[in-house]
Design a protein around this ligand. Structure first.
Ligand code: AMP
Ligand code: MG
Length: 417
């Protein structure tokens, strides 16, 4: 039986970063950039006003104060989006709005509040002249052309994952599309004679196929594209038939049929169509776990055979499928956010495996606490719905006592908890 780390290393050694594709910038969110993005323009394109006010020559405000204002003639007005032909001289100014290009001759903007504009307006006086109440330096309230992005500069680097701010930067460069690593297609196949699709009525002795939907939701959450292959019966023929439909996928995930029972034929099919790299991992839940590579036509497709129990399937997905998807997407960091907490529960580790125990983490007075969420049977999927973390019991520890410091892998990560 191999360790979680060894198993993960094997899985990752069989998947590679996928090719790049052109994508609309909004569809690039969360994806990894496959090109260096340079700007062909200055942003902002021209020197412009950072405030509503009056564009002036700084030198003409020398000595200005509320008690000794400098009066300037107002020769025009310019709003954002327009360029004025008027030129500011030593005795003149132009009324200017935030974002409007600074007129020729001007080298500073005096904001409205530093003028007598309000007073003039309430006195019904025209704005043909304005009193400047403060001396300003050159450059005051002016955003310089190219101060955000200079034309020709490298703005975004290959390999970075795009967040909303990077999507915005691309838009500000006028980019409609961008090259990013494509999403992996993950084929999902449930196996088991007892399974019924959610669209069908439930006959006695059968259960609904939930794993397909949990796994598909996990695939979507981590950036992959699920391709649902349905349900295969527990026979080699039925399985082989369905598995062939995974030909175009980047990864095949099956659930169930990997234990030692008579009907557990997944690993037999894996051995027939390819090779089994490992089977069984020193973890709990999730010990029966098969991984290998299928030869389908000319392609070699990694195949992760998850256990059938819904909780085991989910947890094994988090440990192995998630990193594989992230690697294919070109991401660098595969580790789940992990925190240190104080355990509020006892856990026995009799058979010395790595236990991933379902817990609820809370934060009180700056300290994290982790408490088991109730029955830990690996068929009890609602316990996953109550949990926000997986407490890790190391394989070399006999158990966890109340008050022990433990590591918790967070299923959901919010600083508030
Ligand atoms: P197996 O690994 O085939 O022995 O299955 C272990 C347990 O998981 C059994 O109780 C199965 O009924 C259950 N199981 C298997 N596949 C699914 C599925 N797709 N959805 C829900 N439960 C499942
Ligand atoms: Mg079964």
């Amino acid at each position: 039986m191999i360790s979680v780390e060894e198993a993960l290393e094997k899985v990752l050694s069989y998947v590679d970063v996928l090719e790049a594709e052109e994508e609309l910038i909004l569809d690039s969110l969360g994806r990894v950039l496959a090109e260096d993005v340079r700007s062909t323009i200055d942003i902002p394109p021209l020197d412009n006003a950072a405030m509503d006010g009056y564009a002036v020559q700084a030198q003409s405000t020398a000595g200005a104060s509320p008690t000794s204002p400098r009066v300037l003639r107002v020769i025009g007005e310019v709003a954002a989006g327009y360029i004025t032909k008027e030129e500011v001289g030593p005795d003149t100014s132009i009324r200017i709005m935030t974002g409007a290009p600074v007129p020729k001759g001007a080298d500073a903007v005096v904001q409205f509040e530093e003028t007598d504009e309000e007073k003039r307006k309430s006195a019904g006086k025209p704005l043909s002249e304005i009193s400047i109440l403060r001396q300003v330096e050159r450059g005051t309230n002016i955003r310089v052309a190219g101060e955000d992005i200079a034309s020709g500069s490298l703005v975004l680097n290959v390999g970075m994952a795009l967040r909303p701010q990077e999507v915005g930067v691309l838009a500000s460069l006028g980019r409609e599309v961008v090259r990013v690593i494509r999403r992996p297609v993950v084929a999902i196949l449930a196996t088991g004679d007892e399974l019924v699709d959610i669209k069908d009525p439930l006959p006695p002795g059968k259960i609904y196929n939930s794993n397909t939907y949990t796994v598909a939701a996990q695939v979507i959450r981590y950036g992959g594209v699920p391709k649902i292959l349905g349900i295969a019966k527990d026979t080699i023929e039925a399985l082989e038939d369905k598995i062939k439909q995974a030909r175009d996928a980047d990864l095949l995930i099956t659930s169930a049929g990997v234990s030692v029972g008579e009907y557990d034929v997944v690993k037999d099919v894996l051995a027939r169509l390819g090779e089994v790299t490992f089977w069984t991992v020193r973890m709990k839940p999730g010990k029966p776990l098969a991984f290998g590579v299928l030869r389908l036509g000319k392609r070699r497709i990694p195949h992760l055979g998850l256990p059938g129990n819904p909780v085991s399937s989910m947890i094994a997905f988090e440990q192995f499928a998630r990193p594989a998807i992230l690697k294919m997407l070109g991401k660098k960091d595969y580790a789940k956010p992990t925190i240190q907490a104080k355990s509020e529960s006892r856990i026995d580790n009799k058979d010395r495996r790595r236990i991933f125990a379902r817990v609820r983490v809370t934060k009180r007075e700056g300290q994290f606490f982790a408490r088991l969420v109730g029955p830990q049977g690996s068929g009890i999927l609602t316990s996953m719905a109550q949990a926000n973390g997986l407490m890790i019991v190391p394989e070399d520890k006999p158990g966890i006592e109340v008050g022990d410091e433990v590591q918790v892998q967070m299923l959901d990560w919010s600083v508030e908890i």
